[in-house]
Ligand binder design. Structure first.
Ligand code: 26Y
Length: 823
């Protein structure tokens, strides 16, 4: 018996595959077989694979529905999926056969795969984590559905103007049709906004009037790796309830009639491009309610179909809140239970607080969602009543526990007093959930001791736990780095599917870490991935890259806390040092290529200025004949999942250098290390656990630790020391930039002043130790075999960071759901 048993499509032979592709060209695409370009071929191949996915998906859904197990739902406003075709072929074990089939038809599978547009319905870490968790849920055969929004426009496309400015273009990712979704025009849900709420007795109310819009379901199939189990991601699209507003139409006001339908469609138009920075836009709140209301109504309908009693709801439904974005689900479930199902308030509250689980992804104050009460009152009058009622009961209970502690009540209240008042979504999410978790050990501890401290005092510490993030090794090793995947399989002498499902098996590599032949093969894979990246950069951007230099990579959203500034200032420091050397001295220097990529929120001025600085420094140093052999730097535009799949396998060092205590976890750090890149970072987020696993001697740590940060910030504010005194080498770097060495220096003053003045993220405090860490990287790199050994040992110890481990943790400790084997 093999894993293939019963899985639709996996036993197809090459002739039936080519037949199916040709068939789709002629029928679905209505084209002639001799008149097909790569894009057409992509569409036909995708439709052919989709046929198999649909069969497996259908059987999974049917079987699970009949079995009525407890299910878990992952509510996330972001799913950063990337491409699907390659992943689906690997999960179904069909890659080789499609390779052959496509070749027979005169195409090349890699070129075809490259025609797919990324599904980029997310900003960064939080959205990509949701995508990894879907892959692991399906692979672990867990009954988990994702719920999100089907944005018409994903994260914007980033263009870099010649002067280094970031420009944003829309991402109409659905323009060429999306073969991976199934429109379910029969699954529609009515969602109300505005109107008025009239209180009845026993805590109930009637909410009526206002505007009603429709949510239409689109289902995205999520195949597990080497299993029939194919889960579902349901994305909602908004539609006007009626094509036009009859009253306005009859009044002869055609424009207004059409405008109301446009406003309904606008709800799911665009993903908000902010990451870790809250912006209080009404449309965003509309998105949040539209999505939670549609999802909960759908979940409730599915639960009711099982015929169970409503009090059993938490025995059959677990809902994970991916950050505070879906927190309206808490009052919405109260509304469904109390107003529509006639459940008494206290009983309803018990159901609610046994259903939800809340993951926090940040402790940065500017990322915490707070909605103005007047805004919420107007848009969701009934929910505002429910929130006030929840708050009253809660505060009464806090008062009983801590009598007379007014400050504590003010801090714990869901409502922040003032003009206007605000609804604190994190407080509501915490109060409405059974468990609260952070995403790495340090972060979870910070959640307990800072933003949730009062709640720990009140509930006890056991409600506040940790689940360290993970990444799927299918996409982030097997798919993006096939050469390394093959080398690992050949070396471990076990089947690929075994270690890809049990990543701790990578430890078997340790005993080859000193083996010279293995080291040679390991290094050859890295070299080949460096060349693949260089080739990509050359064909896409027309830039030549020196592939014998060390590849040093920092790719992530642009944010001050992530400190891309530290990196760029370090590069300038290196450049000045090289310039001051004699040619003979320079010859001893380790050549280095520094890659940056990442998007800045369109309204984030300092982040955009950082990109501009990187681009303009790159222009100067890449052209300098004295130094360009030893140091070059590139900002690759439009960072995406697909670009990450090329960059990560090629990296020898990657940088994760946030101010200690600010990066909740980071997940790309795990991806780089899994691919044998070494980590240069601060003692922050999951870096700490990576170091615990691989050993501190295999990572490059620097910088102040979390406990020092607060005190240093205090000093910066009240006893500032000029940067000239604190860190002369950094002062020199700043002054060189100001004085126009990299183009008009005045442009950068606002950015440089953030460092010269308050320096909230402590660049001046960590600069010296950062430079020393970079030197340690250089020294380590000179020892070729020592370096390769570190690289092998790093990959070997990454077992913990599989998202399979993380998702099983959620399934067992929180959701209490079981694996289901579809026969
Ligand atoms: C409120 C709104 C504007 C908002 C939108 C997006 C707030 C936060 C976010 C996104 C946060 C995010 O991506 N956080 C990241 O989550 C990752 C997965 O847990 C972590 O690895 C990473 O450290 C954290 O920054």
């Amino acid at each position: 018996k093999t894993w293939k048993e019963g899985i639709r499509g996996v036993d197809s032979d090459v002739p039936s595959i080519t037949k199916s592709i040709v068939n789709h060209v002629q029928t679905s695409l209505a084209r002639q077989a001799y008149n097909v370009d790569n894009v057409g071929a992509y569409q036909a191949v995708a439709l052919s694979v989709r046929d198999d996915l649909i069969a497996n998906w259908n059987e999974t859904q049917l079987y699970t529905t009949n079995k009525t197990p407890k299910r878990a739902y992952y509510l996330s406003l972001e799913f950063l999926m990337g491409r699907t075709l390659d992943n689906a072929l690997l999960n179904l074990g069909l890659k080789q056969k499609y390779n052959e089939g496509v070749e027979k038809l005169g195409f090349n599978l890699e070129d075809i795969v490259d025609c797919e547009r990324d599904a980029a319905l997310g900003n960064g870490g939080l959205g990509r984590l949701a995508a990894c968790y879907l892959d692991s849920s399906a692979t672990q055969e867990l009954p988990v559905w994702g719920y999100g929004l089907r944005y018409k426009y994903g994260i914007f496309q980033q263009l870099i103007a010649p002067d280094g400015s970031q420009l944003e273009a829309p991402d109409p990712w659905l323009n060429n049709q999306n073969p991976w979704e199934l429109p379910r025009l029969d699954v529609t849900i009515e969602v109300r906004f505005y109107g008025h709420a009239e209180r009845l007795d026993k805590g109930k109310a009637i909410w009526s009037g206002g505007q009603e819009v429709l949510a239409v379901a689109y289902d995205v199939m999520i195949p597990g790796y080497h299993t029939k189990n194919t889960n579902n991601l349901r994305l909602w699209e908004s539609k006007p309830k009626r094509g036009f507003d009859l009253d306005s139409f009859n009044a002869g006001d055609y424009d207004r009639a059409v405008a109301s339908s446009t406003s309904a469609e606008n709800i799911t138009s665009v993903l908000y491009p902010n990451d870790n920075t809250y912006i209080g836009k009404e449309l965003r709140l509309k998105q949040q309610y539209f999505w939670t209301a549609a999802s909960l109504s759908d979940i409730m309908r599915r639960f009711k179909n099982t015929g169970k009693n409503i009090s059993e709801f938490p025995d059959f439904v677990a809902i994970q809140l991916n950050d505070t974005h879906p927190t309206l689900a808490v009052p919405e479930l109260m509304r469904l239970l109390v107003d529509e199902e006639d459940v008494p308030w206290d009983k309803a509250w018990k159901i609610v607080t046994n259903t939800f689980f809340f993951t926090n992804h940040t402790v940065l104050p500017e990322a915490l969602e707070k909605w103005p009460v007047p805004l919420m009152q107007n848009l969701l009058p009934r929910h505002m009543q429910i929130i006030f009622d929840i708050n009253l009961q809660f505060l009464q209970s806090v008062e009983r526990k801590f009598p007379g502690d007014r400050d504590r009540l003010a801090r714990m209240s869901i409502i922040q007093e003032g003009t206007p008042q605000y609804v604190r979504m994190a407080n509501l999410a915490c109060i409405g959930s059974r468990k609260v978790n952070g995403v790495a050990e340090l972060h979870s501890e910070l959640v307990r001791t800072t933003i949730m401290k009062d709640f720990v005092d009140y509930y006890g510490v056991s409600k506040f736990q940790n689940v360290t993030n993970g990444i799927t090794p299918r996409r982030w090793l097997d798919q993006c780095n096939p050469l390394l995947s093959d080398l690992i399989t050949e070396t471990l002498k076990i089947k690929k599917e075994v270690w890809l499902r049990d990543l701790y098996k990578l430890e078997g590599l340790l005993k080859f870490a000193d083996d010279p032949t293995f080291q040679k093969k390991w290094a050859a894979v890295k070299q080949s991935n460096k060349e693949r990246l260089a080739h990509h950069v050359e064909t896409q951007f027309g830039i030549k890259v020196n592939t014998s230099a060390m590849f040093d990579v920092q790719v992530k959203r642009l944010h001050e806390y992530k400190r891309q500034t530290l990196n760029i200032l370090g590069v300038v420091h290196r450049y000045l040092t090289l310039k001051a050397m004699s040619p003979a001295e320079r010859k001893k220097v380790n050549p280095r290529v520094v890659f940056f990529a990442g998007k800045a929120a369109p309204g984030y001025y300092i982040a955009k200025l950082t990109i501009k600085l990187i681009v303009n420094v790159a222009r100067v140093i890449n052209e300098d004949p004295d130094t360009k052999e030893y140091l070059s730097m590139f900002f690759l535009p439009d960072y995406s999942v697909s670009l990450a799949e090329i960059l990560i396998p090629a990296s020898e060092v990657s940088q994760h250098i946030s101010t200690a205590g600010t990066e909740a976890s980071g997940t790309s750090n795990m991806k780089f290390c899994l691919n044998g890149g070494l980590l240069l970072g601060t003692v922050d987020g999951a870096n700490i656990e990576i170091a615990e696993e691989v050993g501190e001697s295999n990572v490059f740590f620097f910088g102040h630790l979390t406990p020092a940060v607060e005190e240093l910030r205090y000093k910066h504010t009240y006893h500032p020391v000029p940067v000239e005194e604190k860190c002369p080498p950094l002062a020199k770097v700043l002054n060189e930039i100001s004085s126009g060495r990299f183009g008009d220096g005045s442009v950068y003053e606002p950015l440089l002043n953030t460092i010269r003045q308050v320096d909230y993220y402590l660049v001046t405090e960590d600069f010296d130790s950062y430079i020393r860490a970079l030197e340690m990287v250089d020294t380590a790199y000179q020892d070729r075999n020592g370096w390769i050994k570190k690289s092998i040992c790093t990959t070997a110890k990454m077992g913990k960071f599989s998202s399979d481990r993380a998702i099983m943790n959620y399934a067992e400790e929180y959701w209490n759901i079981e694996q289901i084997k579809v026969p």
